[in-house]
Ligand binder design. Sequence first.
Ligand SMILES: *Cc1c(COP(=O)(O)O)cnc(C)c1O
Length: 463
Amino acid sequence: MTAVSETVVLDEEPPHQSSSEEPPPSRGTRRAALWAGVSDAQWEDWRWQLSHRLNGLDELGKIINLTPEEVEGCRSHHFRVDITPYFASLIDPDDPYCPIRRQVIPTSKELVAFDGMYADSLNEDGHSPVPGLVHRYPDRVLMLVTTQCASYCRYCTRSRLVGDASAQFRRADYEAQIDYIARTPQIRDVLLSGGDPFVLPQRILEELLGRLRAIEHVEIIRIGTRVPVFLPQRITPDLVDMLRRFHPLWVNVHFNHAREITPEVSTALARLADAGIPLGSQTVLLAGINDSTEVIRELMHKLVRERVRPYYLYQCDLVEGAGHFRTTVSKGIEIIEGLRGHTSGYAIPTFVVDAPGGGGKIPVMPQYVISQAPGKVVLRNFEGFITTYEEPNDYSGHTVARPERASDRSVTGQEGVAGLLSGLADTIKPQGFDQVHQRLGAAVWEPLEQRAPVENEPSSSGN
Ligand SMILES: *Cc1c(COP(=O)(O)O)cnc(C)c1O
């Protein structure tokens, strides 16, 4: 690739031209030469970072030697570009394959359509009882509180709405979301996302957290964010003091590469962890960015050192703009194979495919059960050692009250395969199954026990 713009030196110590009472440059201050003259106080001010984001060809060309594909991408991209000076400074200006760069600099490839592409691949809109509230699982909801982020990931799963300054959530939307949660007692877990909840004005976020905390059946609140990576300066002691008032509060941070973990990010994570907030991570498996066992392992090891517990590794969604970032599913399985057993269990995320069409996250992993017979399970470990687990022959199961069939109030209709095991149902049928198979008035299939009570029969075991 040919260099088309002036050279920028990373890691250059900024010339010291600020006033003498300024503190010395903080550790880890690292910025592209374009901002060498910016005072440390400004650089460390998240408001300055947000208002100096880069979004155009001219600006980006000043700090990066853009490739023709990137130039094209900057001219006609598929959704908003905006990059904090802090994050832009982590980009290697001369390496088109820089993993930081590929996440945020658009290329012409994002305009390429692919088979199976959707605007809303997870069908979130189809699972939203009120705008911005996705209720997919029985006991938890995803609450979208803003469409804005500190910077924009090119593979964003919500690019259909994220970054659109004209499509903001308003007070009336929040009221409708909170009202739905308040009158749906099965919801015990609310996950705030967006956009990024940490770019909301602090008093709005505080108010939302307070409103949710006031709902008795909401047990935990989670925040999904990438602000600690794009804008670590935002994680101020003041923000953290506010957050800690709403425990139990969990925070999940989106990380894709070990190079994202800078001294500034460490400080931000330490503030959150020191406030008692359990930290998790989510990572998207991205071609050319982190699709290797070594890259993921290095990231996971760095995360656990920062007290972040790796949570999910996602297969890239079938979303517009993300075609060139997709890997095969087998790449994720290969990565998990390379982690499980080889490193701490704490450093291993669950690899998931978020089901196209809206089925939720489906875990995918290597096969460890090699064979089975009554009384025996044959298993293999990470080294290929094969062993036999001898099962008890007198196990009868822990006796729990099993829910009445449809009449039980805790039955949500989402018992799924667990419901087959507990006896709540015997089958799960695809839509239209009965109509297709009961043609010509064929007999209805049902267990004998439901037809007529049998006298003097010993009760069946295991209920
Ligand atoms: C990911 C997600 C959740 C949370 O899922 P967990 O597996 O509990 O982390 C909840 N709702 C929606 C719509 C989601 O996409």
